[in-house]
Design a protein around this ligand. Structure first.
Ligand SMILES: [Mg+2]
Length: 309
């Protein structure tokens, strides 16, 4: 695929029709069926900031572009419906790159029944920049928000933390179905997806809710990758420090009343692990509790890729 025209006919051949979209690709706008309100999120990935194209294949970048947006909808327990995609392509080989990006994201779109409603493509002298805006239906019980944690709530996480440095930040499974199932069956108070590290994303929930938390560091589910990383001779962090601070886990962090959280664990409603890692406190500090019960402050730092740290 060498030109914009060829790319557009490739898209028309490969982007399937979808019941949410009234028109096939090709008009000035898309017409997407939504009910009363749409949950909307957008994310941009920039070469040199979020990925290096000599290290990561365009297919994986395309998949990740959709997956990060799916993870944001999962954080609010919304069901994804339709996406629009904007690409700024490098002049050399740009359109074949675009095809590979789509080849990476189309299977994930199919998996979560996301319509590709439309998009825009430009060629320029700069690096690859890709952006996707995703619409979703709010959960019938209401959208989950960062705001809403109250004292006494248990703090829960899905999966295990810190696999990102072994490539999981590219190939992770967004917790769309898990969020739906938990919101369907349980009374959840607050939620967020872990993108910048457990400690920092928890502190965002606390700030929005005007509360504090104690994390039982012994209970934090640490991935194999974090253990491996910490065992490397030149690594100065413990597995726990990786799990608390490393970004791009894309797991859910939730709060729920303590008895509800216990019921969730007893029911095992998910195929991935679900772990209680601490509790919400009335004050506004973030603290950690060790195995001996000692409580010390926990720094809310992590991998702040959004602020260029
Ligand atoms: Mg998020």
């Amino acid at each position: 695929v060498q030109s914009e025209l060829e790319f557009i006919s490739w898209l028309q051949e490969h982007v399937p029709p979808h019941p949410r979209c009234e028109l096939p690709l090709g008009d000035d706008c898309a017409i997407v069926h939504v009910e009363n309100s749409a949950v909307v999120t957008t994310d941009m990935l920039v070469e040199g900031v979020h990925f290096l194209s000599n290290e990561v294949s365009p297919r994986r970048i395309g998949r990740k572009l959709l997956a990060v947006n799916l993870s944001d909808l999962a954080a609010m327990a919304a069901r994804p419906t339709a996406a629009v995609i904007s690409l700024a392509l490098p002049r050399k080989g740009g359109y074949s790159l675009a095809v590979e990006l789509y080849e990476g994201l189309l299977p994930l779109a199919e998996r979560y029944h996301v319509a590709i409603a439309g998009g825009d493509t430009n060629v320029w002298d700069g690096p690859l920049v890709v952006s996707l805006t995703l619409l979703g239906d709010p959960h019938p019980r209401g959208s989950l928000r960062r705001h809403g944690a109250v004292e006494g709530d248990s703090i829960l996480v899905t999966g295990t933390l810190c696999g990102s440095l072994r490539g999981r930040h590219l190939d992770f499974e967004p917790r769309v179905d898990e969020a739906q199932r938990l919101r369907d069956q349980y009374n959840l108070h607050a939620g967020i997806d872990i993108t910048d590290g457990l400690a920092i994303d928890l502190s965002r929930v606390l700030a929005a809710s005007g509360r504090g938390a104690i994390v039982d560091v012994d209970l934090v589910p640490i991935s194999e990758a974090a253990l491996e990383l910490a065992h490397r001779a030149n690594d100065r962090k413990s597995p726990l420090q990786h799990a608390l601070g490393d970004g791009e886990d894309f797991e859910l962090l939730l709060t729920a009343p303590q008895d509800e959280a216990r019921r969730m664990l007893a029911d095992t409603p998910l195929e991935v692990p679900l772990t209680i890692i601490g509790e919400i406190t009335p004050d506004d500090g973030l603290r950690q509790r060790d195995r001996q019960g000692r409580i010390t402050p926990l720094a809310a730092d992590g991998y702040l890729h959004r602020t260029n740290k």
